[in-house]
Design a protein around this ligand. Sequence first.
Ligand code: URP
Ligand code: ZN
Ligand code: ZN
Length: 460
Amino acid sequence: MSLLIKNGEIVTASERYIADIYCEKETITRIDKNILPPAGAEVIDAGGKYVFPGFIDPHVHIYMPFMGSSTKDTHETASQAALIGGTTTFIEMICAARTDKPLDAFELWMDKAAGKSACDFSFHMGVSRFDPAAERDFREIVKRGVSSFKVFLAYKGAFGVTDEELFKTLSLARELGVITTAHCENADLIQALQARLLAEGKTGPEYHYWSRPPVVEAEGVHHLMTFAEMTGAPVYVVHVSCQEALKEVLRGSARGVRVWAETLIQYLLCDKTDAEKPDFEGAKFVMSPPLREKRNQEVLWNGLRKGFISTLASDHAPFDFKTQKEMGRDDFTKIPNGIPSLEDRVNLYYTYGVRRNRIDLHEFVHTASTAAAKIFGLFPRKGAIQPGADADLVVYDPACRGKISAACQRMNLDHSAFEGVKIEGRPHVVTVRGKVAARDGKFVGDPARGQFLRRERGNY
Ligand code: URP
Ligand code: ZN
Ligand code: ZN
């Protein structure tokens, strides 16, 4: 059956106009005024609503064994939560352990997602070890359509790479024409600071910040910039949280490093004081890099407006409060890191960005969809509304009012860090390649419709 979306205000990264969108099979085939519904077409009235390209979350963890535990979502729960919130594509990190064979890890992650995801998906291939056997696997994985690597300069002993491995990874990435995404924090400094804080009896969640202050993140970014400069490889700094780190991105860029920066909705809306909440409540706000001083939020909003920061992601990493965060009650280094926001990213960004005049509608679409599609080799199939693009569309109701609550979220989680936060806008209808997947906060689609997206080289 074909799909006709009528009378909506189409908003892309560069255009805004009222028209009808006609979709046949999986793609948009026509955009025009007053398209008459062909026989049998499903018609959606988008009058008074925006129509955005499906949003893309370029940084999620759905399956991730991490810090002695494992993330709570499955691809079924996460992909449906994503769609309810307007995200039609996500890119998940394959967080292979150092001892894992990369190709085995790729197949394991694929097996977890294939046939179980309702939205389209892709992967960043985690590099946690680099030797000749691993290199052979990375070459094969790139051939299979994964055109990005992920390295951690933090989490020593788990996913973290040595400098020699970083140099070899970036050299291979440069040769293969793929981009390397990086978590930038100095792992040795973190270890030393954690040990010192614990020895001083400073064990609560509020000390997580002091084990990873801004300078630790800035040093990580500077480190990556040096290696990217030496190798000529394009790099993407994930979850930039503060002014100090962003300055290092800009310094690298000023000397010719091909670098892109991402920030997260958590850093725009939450701050260091959230992790200081009493009765261990602060554990809900423990993630890395940590939530920062509030003054950084204006720097990040400005970075998004000006294009210094290209993308807005969720870094979805779901761990329950009661059973999982609790593991670190007596030692903040054991609190699984993550503030899940896959379902709420778009609504929060629209409400506190567009509605509060911090970003305009085009900046909103660009940073939450189009830029990720371009950087990661999905554009214009994704991130665009034009004939030939996938019919991933979000009919967005700017008149909807509500509050976030764990009681009604689809994410498989016992809490929400955004409990009670107001939202002023919500997807009315969300489509995945021409089929309705979510309607007014409910998943109504095919739970197995999601496809693995083979990606080519991006625009870098
Ligand atoms: O705290 C975070 N960010 N958890 C997820 C893993 C990572 O570092 O991206
Ligand atoms: Zn990270
Ligand atoms: Zn992450």
